[in-house]
Design a protein around this ligand. Structure first.
Ligand code: PRP
Length: 212
């Protein structure tokens, strides 16, 4: 019988540094150094497991539509994308940070129709709607911290880790929207059809997380 093959979609960037050791502890090791390569698809020490390395924002799409069976992605992208299209069986407890609102140090309470710049329009929309606040969204793809000082927005909704980026740009964190960490997500059909191998990997990852 041909062994069932699975494809794991990893998020590139900072998360990757913390993800690879967990997979290594779980017995899945890429055949070359992912960090040093320009390749996007990697074989691993396991004949039936391959990995791709893509942007976090794209991981939910690959997994929902079954192009990848399993993915590692920040909860921020899951919240933004919506969590209906796949299972989310495991919190890897890595790449922990927060999604917060932030605004200039001098601002006290923002009132009226506030302009909010963010990479996460759905999260921002939902959050302010839950507070009964009307906002005007400005969708940006990075360097959000510039938006208030350049008059593009009154506040931002962004990832805060150490808080240094906010501080360096004259902003301060205000309201906590969600605590974030990296999650394993699994395609719904793959979970049934390829259950043996996926369950095995999940179990080993779970043990690796416990040992952190
Ligand atoms: C994130 C976020 C902030 C920064 C926060 O950006 O958008 O800019 O990290 O980290 P800090 O609180 O430790 O300063 P990231 O480096 O992930 O790059 P991106 O903006 O391109 O997504």
């Amino acid at each position: 019988m041909i062994p069932t093959k699975i494809l794991i979609a990893l998020t590139k960037g900072r998360i990757l540094e913390e993800t690879l050791p967990l997979f290594e502890a779980a017995g899945v090791v890429p055949n070359e150094d992912i960090r040093q390569s320009r390749k996007l698809l990697f074989t691993t020490n396991l004949e039936n497991v391959d990995m791709i390395v893509i942007r976090g924002a794209d991981v939910p799409t690959y997994v929902e539509f079954g192009s990848a069976d399993l993915g590692v992605v920040g909860k921020d992208f899951i919240l933004e994308y919506g969590c209906e299209g796949f299972y989310e069986p495991l919190d890897l407890q890595i790449a922990k940070c927060r999604i917060m609102t932030a605004s200039p140090l001098s601002d006290t309470v923002l009132s009226g129709r506030v302009k909010v710049a963010t990479k996460f329009p759905n999260i921002a929309k939902r959050y302010f709607a839950s507070k009964g606040k009307q906002i005007e969204l400005v969708k940006l793809n990075g360097a959000l911290e510039l938006a208030p000082s350049l008059g593009l927005a009154d506040a931002i909704v962004d990832i805060v880790d150490t808080g240094k980026t906010l501080q360096a740009n004259g902003l301060e964190p205000k309201e906590l929207i969600a605590d974030i960490s990296s999650r394993v997500i699994v395609n719904k059909a793959s979970m049934k059809i390829k259950n043996t191998i996926i369950s095995e990997i999940l179990e080993k990852l779970r043990e690796a997380v416990k040992a952190l």
